[in-house]
Design a protein around this ligand. Structure first.
Ligand SMILES: CC(C)(COP(=O)(O)OP(=O)(O)OC[C@H]1O[C@@H](n2cnc3c(N)ncnc32)[C@H](O)[C@@H]1OP(=O)(O)O)[C@@H](O)C(=O)NCCC(=O)NCCS
Length: 188
């Protein structure tokens, strides 16, 4: 899968599966969001080369999805504007379910990158690995992410009250899910 999409700023961005040379860009994006300190229940950035490489090898080994958005002119690692991962659950009996995580660089938000990353990741997870359902979770105050997930068709299925404690505050966790066939039927 390789697709060029013209986004809201008029520029063409490439969407494709992650390759090994994208690893630094992907982890830079992750670490930037960890530093923002409001979107992920993670305190520490990942700096270890070994950990970054192992993550990528695991995606290949476990047959998981990572779609990246590529800037047309920026150089590696700054060309990786965002990523959407669909990972497997730990359960033998839930191989039809994927768990979604997504990050877009702060400077490039609200252009449609998030929407396109999720759209392509969902389609590829069905096409390649026959996933049927995608699940995710999100802080209840992450308005942009919740808006986007609902726009795509994710339904809220639960809330874990005060699931996270960060910077002297509790955060509720919203749980959502989407049946891929429902999504594909509405978005052919
Ligand atoms: C959430 C995230 C992945 C979305 O990516 P993105 O590229 O900005 O997404 P898009 O541009 O496709 O869509 C964003 C939408 O939210 C809307 N939006 C922006 N701020 C908003 C707000 N405060 N409330 C509601 N909607 C908002 C935008 O208008 C846009 O909608 P539209 O395309 O219908 O006009 C990205 O913002 C991000 O990486 N955030 C930080 C990390 C994060 O929260 N990850 C998810 C953790 S669960």
């Amino acid at each position: 899968m390789k697709e060029v999409v013209k986004l809201k700023n008029g520029e063409n961005f490439l969407f494709r599966h992650a390759v090994e040379s994208d690893i630094d860009g992907i982890w830079n994006n992750f670490n930037e969001v960890v530093d923002e300190g409001i979107y992920l229940p993670v305190f520490f950035p990942v700096r270890s080369k070994f950990e970054k490489q192992s993550w990528f090898q695991n995606i290949k080994k476990e047959r998981e999805i990572c779609i990246v958005a590529i800037h047309p002119t920026l150089r590696s690692p700054y060309n990786i504007l965002g990523q959407c991962e669909i990972s497997n659950l730990e359960w033998d009996a839930a191989t039809h379910v994927g768990s979604l995580g997504i990050i877009v660089q702060k400077k490039f938000r609200d252009l449609g990158i998030g929407f396109n990353l999720i759209d392509k990741a969902i389609r590829e997870s069905k096409r390649l690995y026959n996933k049927e359902k995608i699940i995710l979770s999100c802080f209840s105050d992450n308005e942009r992410a919740l808006y986007l997930y609902k726009k795509i068709g994710f339904k809220m299925v639960g809330i874990r009250k005060k699931q996270f404690y960060m910077d002297s505050d509790y955060y509720d966790e919203i749980m959502m899910e989407l049946w891929i066939d429902d999504y594909l039927n509405k978005n052919t």
